[in-house]
Write a protein that binds this ligand. Sequence first.
Ligand code: DC
Length: 204
Amino acid sequence: MVVAIDGPAGAGKSTVARASAEALGFTYLDSGAMYRATALAFLERGGPAADRARELDIELGRRVRVEGRDVTEAIRTPEASETASRIATDPEVRHALVDRQRELMSSGDWVAEGRDIGTVVAPDAALKVFLTASPEERARRRAAEIGVDPETVLMDQTLRDEQDRSREHSPLRAADDAVDLDTTGLDVDQVVERIVALARDRSE
Ligand code: DC
């Protein structure tokens, strides 16, 4: 069974998807980490980004490794974030990474998180959740996480949201059959509880 969790940056997807996967006993897939790892390789080695997306040895888990090197922190810098959002507009990059994500999820139970899981990667997912929160709350959360001021985060976030939503290929949007979940004012446990309940309901 696949649970797809999509939504904008800072909606709490990673925390919620990881915890939901653990509660359900499913494997967690952070698709954004694949775009970030590709972006980092592109920054370090140059293009074309699609070649990096096709060939890169990416190991996902608690730590993210690229060609055996631990890049967990390196893929979260503002530069890597911005570049990830930019290369994610390239249809060839998307095609390569979507293929890899589908291959990973071809067997077993998954909670997969990203922007296009419910719309493109796994349109047959048993449960699709579109996670949102107000822009200010999303910026506050991310600022607390990475230790910079919320105003700067809000500016970067607005730019990235716009880029992710307005791109021609697989823009960020909720699938028609997604459950909208606004996490403003909710804590992680409450959101996870709701997702786990929905997933159990769909698996019956
Ligand atoms: O979820 P994240 O912030 O780690 O994602 C980094 C970037 O990758 C984000 O700006 C958009 C892109 N992305 C995407 O286009 N499709 C996905 N399924 C996941 C991420």
